[in-house]
Ligand binder design. Structure first.
Ligand code: F6R
Length: 367
């Protein structure tokens, strides 16, 4: 059932070309130049007239939500807030019938997300679900939704569900932007062509980084801390990279927006601190270069995720992981893949139970 892979997690990492494709199947019609999503289309006026969209989720799904915020604000120009479900539900939030609440949940059973949705529904908000498990509790109480169609995710650490969530959020942002006129046709067409190319690029990145991440992992088996840095769309990708590492390898890791480094975390940097930095060409590259210089000056060990042919960051980095180029807004979908592999192999080399990390459950049905 693991299809020849040693763990479900590795199998699921390798399924991502297919799962991202499955998430787009029947929705992204590139030749016709349309995105078909009944859940959005049937309620498009709700979205169009929304005061704001509030995204609620936990863990990895919350990281996807942060990227969703960037996507929806950039392309649809609708204000978005992203909240941890557990915080939202207990702070007497201001919710009105002009709000649209989107819950993101792989399992569709997360207790805090479910309770937050119930609260939003009581206050009259329109509630929308992005779930992976069909007919799950969250999928059933929402007014409408879009399934991610990533297929069953068995490994406790979420991988393919995350990239499928990003795919759905991309589709939603582009569809809304096109509909409300904030996204022009030419840009829309070029973005959907990029989306369509993602499965192939994920396949490429899996084949070019699989052995590489294994060999990098060997050098960090005894690390006690890691920093993950990224800017813009890749700031949440840094958070997610750090979460993957800590949950399966039990190495402490923190994700930060790269520019926040100088407001504290830089004090941690010395020759024993590994720092994963996500630095694709499109996406504040020059700013990232100066962050890398600051790390280099303090002799931190730099593992850089860059585009093919990169020079400036690569010259300073101790380890270079090259990924194919894509639009900035989709780059987390590609950049996350080698970070999943890196976390996986570090955990494997430490002898950890990758599919069943200690203290964790696949669906968190208690608060
Ligand atoms: C991390 C992980 C968790 C879940 C979180 C929410 O790899 O899997 O952080 O993302 O428990 O779960 P769902 O998405 O099922 O609501």
């Amino acid at each position: 059932e693991k299809g020849g892979y040693e763990h479900f997690m590795l199998k699921e990492i390798f399924e991502q070309p297919k799962s991202v494709h499955d998430t787009m199947r029947g929705r992204l019609l590139v030749d016709e130049g349309i995105i078909k999503m009944a859940g959005i289309w049937d309620h498009v006026e709700k979205f169009k007239n929304a005061n704001r969209i509030i995204i609620i989720a936990c863990g990895t799904s919350w990281h996807a939500g942060l990227i969703g915020e960037y996507l929806i604000e950039e392309y649809a120009r609708i204000p978005v807030e992203v909240e941890y479900a557990s915080e939202f539900r207990y702070r007497n939030p201001i919710i009105t019938d002009k709000d649209v609440v989107i819950a993101i949940s792989q399992s569709g059973e997360t207790a805090d997300t479910m309770a937050a949705l119930k609260l939003a529904k009581e206050k009259g908000a329109f509630i929308y679900g992005i779930c992976n498990v069909v007919d799950s509790s969250i999928a059933r109480i929402t007014d409408a939704g879009s399934y991610t169609h990533a297929g069953p995710e068995i490994g406790v650490a979420s991988t393919k569900a995350f990239t499928a969530q990003l795919t759905i959020l991309s589709l939603i942002a582009l569809k809304l932007g096109k509909h409300n006129g904030n996204l022009g046709n030419a840009e829309f067409m070029s973005l959907i062509a990029e989306l369509n190319a993602l499965p192939k690029k994920i396949e490429e990145v899996l084949s070019t980084t699989h052995e590489l991440t294994q060999s990098i992992a060997k050098d960090f088996v005894n690390a006690t801390n890691f920093l993950y840095l990224g800017r813009g769309y890749n700031y949440p990708a840094a958070l997610e990279g750090a979460l993957k590492l800590k949950e399966i390898s039990y190495i402490h890791a923190e994700g930060y927006p790269a520019a926040e480094m100088k407001h504290g975390p830089i004090a941690l940097i010395d020759e024993n601190m590994p720092i994963v930095i996500i630095a694709p060409k499109k996406g504040h590259y020059d700013k990232i270069v100066s962050n890398v210089q600051e790390i280099k000056a303090r002799r931190g060990k730099i593992i850089a995720v860059v585009n093919k042919g990169d020079q400036q960051v690569s010259e300073m980095a101790d380890y270079v992981i090259e990924i194919p180029e894509t639009s900035e807004c989709f780059s987390p979908i590609i950049a996350s893949v080698p970070l999943q592999l890196l976390a996986y192999y570090i955990a494997v080399y430490r002898g950890a139970n990758v599919d069943q990390p200690r203290n964790l459950a696949k669906s968190v049905t208690v608060e």
